[in-house]
Design a binder for this molecule. Structure first.
Ligand code: CS2
Ligand code: MG
Length: 448
């Protein structure tokens, strides 16, 4: 391996054109511009990164995708979407990451990960870790394509026949939510997340307007919603009593509290829903203070899941090693890519914590493709969230994963199996959207 000095001088980044901010679906390319010697297929030179650019598109919602290309013309894609903060990651990649990628060996996935993590000096954080994840996933995709192997094979091979998924059922009231659970059972789902409107509150997390798919980032400026913990705590257990009465016990049920409760309130809810045997209770309390989960654990055996907003192993180290949670939700796109999530999953495995990857619509099909390969391999797999993308999104991102018998199955094509139709993507320009915020009934800010 070359020294830092020799690599720096060999790198074309000093002469690389200035990266400009990405425009909607009008990607910026930073190519080496230099003509490299003819490379034998499979040689190190062949793997040299010659171009990388960011593609921003909004087929119903915004997605940021990183496209990396090698000298041999192999293309890898990584998801870089951070809901409501998309352009921050796009700029991080374009301004700070792409210039240092050009000229590097795409096969040095670990070294590039370490370079971007340690080399940034400013470690962790959602923007940095999402940007690193995009590079990492694109490089694993390239490796798979060069090897002619699906990604799960590179990780260690198949451990299961497809990934058990849970979908989202919701309703303005308990009865509407339970009816939707029934419709998903008919479609073959074996696990369903249930969310219902709270009597007395105009809008509740996870509940869509009638007939529309739920999509939280719906306005250019944050929508202000009102939250009441007492109202929610009265109605939430009733939802699960009703769903069990309507649909029986041969179904995994999940619920997302979305960070709204204090630890003692979370303990109360976990205890109240215990008779309905949830698969998990998610984000029962915000987790910046990892020790707060000790309080919930003392009072209940309802399994706990957390971590969709985490971006590194350090956010959940205590939660995992103290066995305060049962499922870790941090997924590839926000957690530094496959290279870092693999470490996190291994650490979780030795503490009997299983994976339950975030899979909301704001994670693109590129992330879903990579996650499904990971799910197919990872020994301590738990479940995969599956919130359905719109048809427009699926058209922009051709993919080979399929839903069958309650599971998502990754495909067998080399890499992660998801590509992008750039002509179609260009028809959906970036549209600014932010996530809502929540206030208590007295106007005080709360956690959304
Ligand atoms: C969620 C998400 O899927 C989930 O469990 O909590 O809907 C979350 O609100 C969004 O990903 C935010 O961007
Ligand atoms: Mg959630």
């Amino acid at each position: 391996m070359s020294t830092d000095d020799s690599r720096a001088s060999a790198s074309p980044r000093a002469t690389a054109p200035m990266a400009t901010a990405p425009t909607a679906a009008a990607p910026t390319t930073v190519a080496s511009g230099s003509s490299s010697p003819a490379a034998k297929p499979g040689s190190t030179l062949d793997r040299r990164i010659v171009a990388a650019r960011v593609i921003v598109t909004c087929p119903g919602r915004n997605f940021v995708t990183l496209r990396i290309e090698t000298q041999a013309g192999v293309v890898g894609l990584g998801d870089a979407t951070l809901n409501g903060r998309e352009l921050a990651v796009a700029a991080y990649l374009t301004e700070h990451v792409i210039p240092v990628l050009i000229g590097r060996d795409a096969g040095q996935i670990e070294d590039i990960w370490q370079f971007l993590y340690r080399g940034a000096y400013w470690r962790r954080g959602p923007v940095t870790m999402t940007a690193i994840a995009a590079v990492d996933v694109a490089l694993w995709d390239i490796l798979g394509k060069m090897a002619g192997l699906p990604l799960y094979q590179l990780l260690g091979g198949r451990s299961r026949e497809g990934a058990l998924v849970y979908c989202h059922a919701n309703g303005r009231d308990i009865s509407e939510a339970s009816d939707q659970v029934g419709r998903y059972i008919e479609q073959g789902y074996k696990a369903v997340r249930a969310q219902a409107g709270v009597p007395g509150l105009r809008k509740t997390y996870g509940v869509s307007a009638s007939g529309k798919a739920y999509e939280p980032a719906e306005s250019e400026l944050p929508l202000e919603t009102v939250w009441s913990t007492p109202k929610y705590l009265r109605s939430a257990p009733e939802l699960f009593e009703r769903v069990r009465a309507d649909h029986g016990w041969d179904l995994e049920l999940l619920h997302d509290v979305h960070h709204r409760l204090t630890p003692i309130e979370a303990a109360r809810l976990a205890k109240d829903v215990e008779p309905f045997r949830l698969f998990w209770l998610e984000d029962a309390t915000p987790a910046e203070n990892q020790k707060s989960f000790e309080l919930i654990r003392k009072h209940s055996v309802t399994p706990l899941a957390v971590g969709e907003v985490f971006n590194s192993i350090w956010d959940c180290k205590h939660l995992i090693e103290s066995q305060l949670i049962d499922y870790i939700r941090t997924t590839i796109v926000h957690g530094g890519g496959i290279t870092h999530i693999r470490r996190l999953a291994d650490f979780a495995a030795i503490h009997q914590v299983r994976t339950g990857f975030h899979g909301a619509t704001d994670l693109s099909p590129v992330c879903m493709g990579a996650a499904l390969h990971f799910d197919t391999w990872v020994p301590n797999f738990g479940i995969q969230e599956y919130m359905h993308h719109s048809q427009e999104t699926l058209d922009v991102f051709p993919h080979d994963y399929v839903f069958r018998d309650g599971r998502l199955h990754c495909g067998e094509s080399p890499g992660h199996g998801v590509s992008i139709d750039e002509t179609l993507a260009a028809k959906f320009p970036y549209s600014p959207k932010q996530l809502p915020i929540a206030r208590l009934e007295d106007g005080g800010m709360w956690d959304w």
